[in-house]
Write a new protein. Structure first.
Lengths: 208, 208
């Protein structure tokens, strides 16, 4: 697979393809033309063909795409079948909202533990996930392969925790803090910047 | 201002410019070369010049940018000084996390009310914001100009609430549900798709 050559913009569209194909598959759609997929997703058919061509040959001229097989192939590209293991740092409101409502498993992740500093939370089980003392983070990471850490801690402690996670070899940080984390390139960071999103909406409502 | 011609990609970079300029301004930086701004943001200097040229003339050859004035102008473009008014629907964990930790005001929004269906929450004040009965939504909207509604409700009720918000003339929906909302073009929708973000991270950690 030609992973190295794929642009960020293409990569960011892959989850949307995956999500839409999942919905089509659940709705019982067996095959779809590139035109119909295009109008369902609001992406031009030629853009879809171009995006998918980064990863190989998909679809057949005159037939379109087999929904379930394309879903499975894109899932493979995204790594949803790798059995990724995740932990969550910071079991406050946002952390708990993710633990209780976000389907880690449908993204291919198993959320195995949460960490916090609060004695009231440590030792509890939230949404089936044990809450551990963040003081034991390194010990836990040495014993449990961990691919991704979800960072839902207060801003002031985010950078130091990111450093500890990277040092312990955690491959990715899903960063919900508004801090731009500085970590070695061996640890990937995906930011959920709420403020950027709301400011984009702020711009959009001015246009109207 | 040439708003209509600006691409989504440029618009999505504006909040990042704004955030970085805010940090530079707070750190006391008075002016910055396009090269230094470029390396601080990980965007090429020519991309920055091209992005900003969509909105007018900024910066001076040989001087660079005045940080505070550029921050103010981009803030103006984004509408941070318009006194936008927001409400929040769904005061569960995620809603409360936003109410307690997200700085609506630094994005130029005033969060004026939250709505929920739970009798245990209605009548309470959370993070200084009154929680009202969602049954009274239309009555509230008729009496209070509302620019944006933050949607942090369970998926199954999202579409119906979006319809009610659009019908009442709310200009934008900040959608935290995993539902693709169908609303008239007069209501802008900005999605925070957690799953897309985690799947992108899933891809990134496979690359390494």
């Amino acid at each position: 697979m030609k992973r190295e050559k794929v642009s960020t913009a293409v990569i960011r569209r892959l989850p949307r393809y995956y999500r839409n194909l999942e919905e089509l598959s659940e709705a019982g759609t067996v095959r779809i033309s590139s035109k119909a997929l295009s109008s369902a997703m609001g992406i031009t058919a030629s853009q879809i063909r171009q995006d998918l061509s980064c990863f190989g040959e998909f679809g057949l001229q005159g037939y379109g795409y087999n929904v379930e097989s394309l879903r499975r192939e894109i899932g493979e590209i995204l790594g949803v079948n790798r059995g990724h293991r995740a932990i969550l740092l910071g079991a406050g409101n946002l952390g708990r909202a993710l633990m209780e409502n976000f389907h880690f498993q449908s993204c291919g992740f198993l959320l195995e533990a949460a960490f916090d500093v609060s004695p009231a939370l440590i030792g509890q089980t939230l949404a089936g996930v044990p809450v551990l003392d963040v003081a034991g983070l390194e010990e836990y990471l040495a014993a449990h392969r961990t691919d991704v850490a979800v960072l839902t801690v207060p801003g002031p402690v985010a950078q130091e925790l990111a450093r500890r996670l990277a040092q312990a070899g955690v491959g990715g940080i899903w960063n919900f803090t508004n801090i731009e984390l500085a970590v070695p390139a061996t640890t990937a960071v995906e930011n959920v910047h709420f403020a950027d999103s709301l400011l984009t909406l702020s711009y959009m409502i001015l246009k109207g």
